[in-house]
Design a protein around this ligand. Structure first.
Ligand code: GDP
Ligand code: IMO
Ligand code: MG
Length: 432
């Protein structure tokens, strides 16, 4: 078994980009398997900040092959611009075989974004606070079997035009009549694809599932990089304030087309506190000074939309719920340094729902919004920990914070991140 699934355990932005980049030093393959350009994964390579939306976070390692599998929504405009930025920033993508894109990934185009954004502002719709990247409309197309798949982009111009024309007839009807927006031009869309496919053709892979299978059979080290977070899962998150894909670990199997027998570990990337972007209930959210402190110290604004992230304390019932629905075997605790200067750190250990104490996570939005967190307050460590390399060298209060998480979840914290750089990482066991 040489497959490791890496997922976010909260509402996204836990630090998956940094973690996967650090893990990739040991990986042969890194696979993105769901979500799309709604993701923003931040890496810090030799002091330089890099944000990836679609390309797997292993791309800055010379010996790692990156795969975008069929579960992903391919925003081809963002993808081409990301490829260009990476090529310009060094020798990272000089060989196109370092990035392989599944022929059966779902393509998203401008009209998906227009629809997504129109719905967000329509008066008769619930505002979800989406990223506006067209994720919902693109997954809808896949589910209703109308989507353009990556290989469709490479058919002859006439066939492509016909497919686009069919898609646009329905989309434009909605865009014009329901949302009162300007229709999307068939000619412009076609021309955009014809231009972009010249770059994208170098990365086509007919069957990424077979490739991943072969790699796993040969005991190659494969990381599956999740996007978003468990509480944004379409089925198991805080519906309807969720994304349109499954973000739990099982999605890695479906999105990349392999069976569960190859999986050695499920590592949950967990922020030492909690953040959320967009709408939806968030019981441990802090307003006032505490929220502003976390926001400022943690530099909490979105890597994709630039929106301020809402900030709050760590929610242990939510983390235990994530452990259950993902089968989490290990935790990577991120951004511990952000808590360094607090005198006291509250942690939610249970909820009060209509006068009853509950420790199970009330995931349904209607229940969650009525639930009041019950906190245990831990002493802070009030010293800089960003240069510490060993768990034993952390201040006792920081060790106790980590031990509480381990005891409550019954899952070991194997990696602790104390800063955005690769070096600011404390290991407690081997990865593979
Ligand atoms: P992702 O979507 O899960 O990859 O997370 P994002 O990249 O959207 O957001 C995480 C942010 O935290 C990024 O700006 C990272 O550079 C930063 N980050 C990651 N780990 C740490 C850490 O341990 N300490 C600090 N201070 N920042 C971190
Ligand atoms: P990464 O991979 C944080 C949130 C949006 C919104 C909801 C639905 O960087 O952790 P969507 O555009 O997906 O239809 O929006 O999901 N969201 C994220 N929040 N991190 C992300 O990705 C997110 N991707 C989507 O803010 O609340
Ligand atoms: Mg992010």
């Amino acid at each position: 078994m040489s497959g490791i699934i890496v997922i976010g355990s909260q509402w996204g932005d836990e630090g998956k980009g940094k973690a996967v980049d650090v893990f990739s030093a040991e990986a042969d393959y890194v696979v993105r398997y769901q979500g799309g350009s709604n993701a923003g994964h931040t890496l810090n390579i030799k002091g330089q900040k890099k944000v990836l939306h679609l390309i797997p976070s292993g791309i800055f390692h010379q010996n790692t092959t990156c795969i975008i599998s069929s579960g992903v929504i391919l925003d081809i405009e963002t993808l081409v611009s990301e490829i260009k930025t990476i090529k310009e920033s060094g020798n990272y993508l000089n060989n196109p075989s370092k990035l392989l894109i599944s022929d059966s990934a779902t393509v998203s185009l401008h009209y998906h974004k227009v629809l997504d954004q129109a719905r967000e502002t329509a008066s008769n719709n619930t505002k979800l606070g989406t990223t506006g990247k067209g994720i919902g409309p693109a997954y809808e197309d896949r589910a209703s079997r109308k989507a353009l798949l990556f290989y469709d982009l490479f058919t002859d111009e006439e066939t492509l035009k016909e497919k686009l024309s069919k898609a646009l007839s329905e989309k434009n009807f909605l865009i014009e009549n329901l949302y009162k927006k300007k229709p999307i031009s068939l000619k412009d869309t076609l021309n955009q694809i014809l231009t972009l496919r010249e770059e994208l053709k170098h990365y086509r892979c007919q069957d990424t599932a077979f490739l991943i299978y072969k790699a796993l059979k040969e005991n190659k080290k494969v990381l599956f990089e999740g996007a978003q977070g468990s509480l944004l899962d379409l089925f198991h998150g805080t519906y309807p304030y969720v994304t349109s894909s499954n973000t739990v670990s099982g999605s890695a199997l479906i999105g990349s087309g392999i069976g569960p027998g190859f999986i050695k570990k499920v590592i949950a990337i967990t922020k030492a506190y909690t953040t959320r972007v967009g709408e939806g209930p968030f019981p441990t959210e802090c307003s006032g000074e505490e929220g502003a402190f976390l926001q400022k110290t943690g530099e909490e604004w979105g890597a994709t939309t630039g929106r301020m992230r809402r900030c709050g304390w760590l929610d242990l019932p939510a983390l235990k719920y994530a452990v259950r629905i993902n089968g989490i075997t290990h935790l990577a605790l991120m951004k511990m340094d952000v808590l360094s200067h607090l005198k006291e750190i509250p942690v939610c250990t249970a909820y009060n729902l209509n006068g009853k104490i509950i420790s199970d996570y009330p995931v349904h939005s209607s229940k969650l919004s009525l639930s009041k967190p019950i906190y245990k307050t831990l002493p802070g460590w009030q010293q800089d920990i960003s240069n510490i390399k060993k768990f034993e060298d952390l201040p006792t209060a920081a060790q106790d914070y980590i031990k509480l998480i381990q005891e409550e979840t019954n899952v070991p914290v194997d990696m602790i991140s104390v800063g955005p750089s690769r070096e600011a990482t404390i290991w407690r066991s081997q990865l593979f």
